[in-house]
Design a protein around this ligand. Structure first.
Ligand code: LLP
Length: 425
């Protein structure tokens, strides 16, 4: 479903005009749609039901994609579990009303303190990525007189064919236990007294548009599960990670959730294990946009610049991955009392002091100073990766629900930015 539609007052999210949101909450501002978030979650749920897996599957939202409490709370209300990677994310999920027993804890470098917190909270499973981590977790659990539920993240050595920074399933990646060593590592895990071997997991990368690599990884995982069962290590769940890609360019549609998942889900017919997914981007990415205002137009000899009030610190994806986000005007064409700007090809850049600070290259837009722009598909890894670089307070976040716009994170103040700092006595 599309996040925005055109209303009398220009672009709107659900029934609220982005013009009104900018007037009420200022810019830059992230805007999310409750309806679009819900629809994305329901897309997963329906796909699982269609394959008869509704009762034995858990959708664990990958918190890292967007960890705002209101978003976590919305998914918790829909029945989701959560995939976390830190003690901070654990605290957020619990604060947002998520159930500890639906949490899986991923990550290559959990601290002992984080292990302790998660054990005390009573999470569903630790996704363990190395033998050392198994030993450490065994010790920490022993100290608490508990058994830690574990799954091993295996690295299936499958090429996810995505951006190298977000490709995680090759032998050369830091992630997971090498596939050839997985069987022996399971034997080791099963022998440790304070661990309970529960499952297996894999995650080969992010923004995958072709389901074939994920299906290939699932085949490898299932073969290993059967081999382990034959050796007496019977697993209760199989976690296939996240990774489903979304549409970033109008011309490049992403597969529908049901179509992307079908090749994987088909493999579960006749099996008994519970299935877990850890989707992040596909649940929130297309449900959010970044609203920004044109500050300055700088026509040049070689390039024309539109300097907007959002920057790389607000949305890092273009600078970091050379990622594309569609950028569209908020005003209705021909609306308003001033004439529209002349269409030109603009570099859409922020005020940060780096040439890497851009949101989009070479965009054909008719702009005037003061115009509002919406940077689309910014719900995932947008605010979550925002920083205070250049001492810029992070953006406000708003969730639209029908005709209402709720402030779900107020804009930071400058005083808050340096409050934890102190000068020498
Ligand atoms: N599970 C694990 C173990 C992960 O590492 C990730 C993402 C996910 C699940 C969720 O993957 P998703 O469904 O969102 O593809 N900052 C990058 C993306 C980094 C992904 C990191 N891991 C970006 O902006 O494209």
């Amino acid at each position: 479903m599309s996040l925005t539609n055109l209303g009398g007052d220009g672009l709107q999210v659900e029934a609220v005009a982005l013009n009104d949101i900018a007037a009420r909450f200022g810019t830059p501002c992230y805007v999310y749609s409750r309806l679009a978030l819900t629809a994305a979650y329901v897309g997963y749920r329906n796909a699982l039901h269609a394959h008869g897996l509704g009762d034995r599957a858990l959708i664990c939202y990958a918190v890292k994609a967007n960890s705002n409490l209101a978003i976590l709370n919305l998914f918790a209300r829909l029945g989701a579990g959560f995939d976390i990677v830190s003690g901070g994310e654990l605290a957020r999920v619990l604060a947002a009303g998520g159930s500890a027993d639906k949490i899986v804890f991923s990550g290559v470098g959990k601290s002992r303190e984080e292990m302790r917190q998660a054990l005390e909270a009573g999470i569903h499973c630790f996704n363990v990525e190395s033998t050392s981590e198994l030993e450490q977790l065994n010790e920490v659990a022993g100290g608490l007189n508990r058994r830690a539920p574990v799954s091993l993240r295996v690295n299936p050595d499958v090429d996810a064919r995505t951006h190298p920074y977000i490709s995680t399933g090759l032998k050369t990646a830091k992630f997971g236990v090498a596939f050839d060593q997985a069987f022996d590592t399971y034997r080791r895990a099963a022998s440790l007294p304070h661990l309970a071997v529960k499952g297996i997991d894999c995650h080969i990368g992010s923004q995958l548009l072709d389901p074939a690599p994920a299906a290939e990884a699932a085949d490898k995982v299932l073969a290993l599960v059967d081999r382990l069962a034959a050796a007496g290590i019977v697993l209760e769940h199989i976690d296939l990670g996240g990774g489903m890609g979304i549409q970033y360019r109008r011309e490049e549609p992403a597969p529908a959730t049901a179509d992307y998942l079908a090749p994987m889900l088909a493999k579960f017919a006749g099996r008994r294990e519970k299935l877990i997914f850890e989707p992040g981007r596909s649940l929130v990415g297309n449900a959010g946009l970044l609203l920004t205002r044109v500050q300055v137009l700088k026509p040049g000899e070689e390039k024309h610049f539109a300097v907007v009030d959002a920057a790389m610190n607000d949305l890092m994806r273009p600078a970091l991955y050379d990622a594309w986000h569609d950028i569209v005007p908020v005003a209705k064409v021909g609306a308003g009392d001033t004439a529209p700007g002349t269409p030109m090809r603009y570099e859409i850049v922020g005020p940060v002091c780096e040439s890497g600070d851009f949101l989009g290259h070479d965009r054909e837009l008719a702009l005037k100073e003061g115009d509002l722009l919406a940077v689309l598909s910014a719900g995932a890894y947008g605010m979550a990766m925002a920083s205070n670089y250049n001492s810029r307070p992070r953006a406000a976040e708003v969730m639209v629900d029908g005709t209402h716009a709720h402030l779900i994170r107020r804009r930071e103040s400058v005083a808050e930015l340096f409050a934890p700092e102190s000068v020498l006595p």
